[in-house]
Design a protein around this ligand. Structure first.
Ligand code: MEV
Length: 331
């Protein structure tokens, strides 16, 4: 039976979260934690979506996916909704009747931690299904299909997560423009996950309240964060990794001043630095979620194990230059 497998990377924001909302630049990089999606041909009239790590398996009548105006699917668990949208959008764009199939999600990216796991799953789903349907995998198409699905999860997202998951590498983002750029280092990174769920929207509102009450001060903090991102962009292009660590520490201090860190993130940041990281900061919205440390290759084990001893989940990773890729093609 035909089958296709695709994978796509997660991401971390290295510089500029929160200040990016106020028009300052931010930098995000793809990391080599990936989401894998396998599409298998099936007998019968159903499409099946399986996400074993959520213990979810859903059967969708194939006819429902082929309607010109694509209906909502009642009873769809929210975690599957974007995947369902991705499947519908992929089929719609290629304007073709697929054979019945099963989509199986296997993600190595912790969900709900600000690491772009939903975007990676959406990108890999669109790519695996396109390949399964015998179509060329056009990266621009994949990116815009995944963006449609991201809108279901996040309302009106910047599009940075799906762009990184599709194209990989590093992105310099200043609303409304994104540019991909080359990093002259493999950027060994350690991600620490507090395991605390938070809503990005709540943290963005918290910063908004602080800004509204203290405009002159907070706008200067944002502009320094913007300066940090600009300098980081230069250092990344030049491969100046040690100097990049210092910028991460500065950026973390400013995020603390905005009130978006917490004791867990700070503990992880301090432990990473004390055990030899070049720099460390929270990544994403804060208030929980993850932090990221930049570490020399030879110190990775030491830093990761000190962080793990605090009782948090810790992932050793590095920059992934590659975005979405077809792992097994049926073409
Ligand atoms: C969240 O990952 C990043 C924020 O800057 C919000 C946003 O850019 O939409 C906090």
């Amino acid at each position: 039976m035909r089958h296709s497998v695709a994978s796509a990377p997660g991401k971390v924001i290295l510089f500029g979260e929160h200040s990016v909302v106020y028009g300052e630049p931010a930098i995000a990089v793809a990391i080599n934690l990936r989401a894998y999606v396998r599409v298998d041909e099936l007998d019968g009239n159903y499409t099946v979506i399986e996400a074993p790590h959520y213990s979810i398996s859903k059967r969708i009548p194939l006819g429902l996916l082929l309607k010109p105006t694509l209906p909502d699917f009642p009873g769809m668990e929210s975690v599957l909704e974007p995947i369902y949208v991705c499947i519908k959008e992929t089929i719609k764009r290629f304007d073709e009747l697929p054979k019945p199939f099963k989509v199986r999600i296997d993600s190595k990216i912790p969900p709900g931690a600000g690491l772009g796991s939903s975007a990676a799953v959406n990108v890999a789903t669109a790519a695996a299904l396109s390949d399964f349907m015998g179509c060329d995998v056009d990266l621009k198409e994949i990116n815009s299909i995944a963006y449609e699905a991201e809108r279901i999860v996040h309302g009106s997202p910047s599009g940075i997560d799906n762009t990184i998951a599709t194209f990989g590498g590093a992105i310099y983002y200043k609303k409304p423009e994104m540019k991909k750029f080359e990093v002259r280092s493999e950027l060994p990174l350690i991600v620490g996950d507090t395991g605390i769920e938070r809503r990005t929207r709540d943290l963005v509102e918290k910063v908004r309240r602080l800004y509204d009450r203290n405009k002159e001060i907070v706008s200067r903090i944002f502009s320094i964060m913007g300066e940090i991102s600009k300098r980081a962009y230069d250092y990344m292009m030049e491969g100046e990794v040690d100097a990049l660590g210092t910028l991460m520490n500065l950026n973390h201090g400013l995020l603390v001043s905005l009130g978006v860190s917490n004791i867990h993130l700070d503990k992880l940041v301090h432990t990473a630095l004390e055990s030899g990281a070049l720099g460390a900061k929270l990544t994403g919205a804060g208030g929980g979620g993850c932090m990221v440390a930049l570490v020399k290759n030879e110190r990775m084990e030491e830093v990761a194990s000190s962080m793990r001893k605090l009782g948090y989940s810790v992932y050793s990773t590095k920059l992934s230059k590659e975005g979405v890729r077809i792992e097994e093609s049926c073409g």
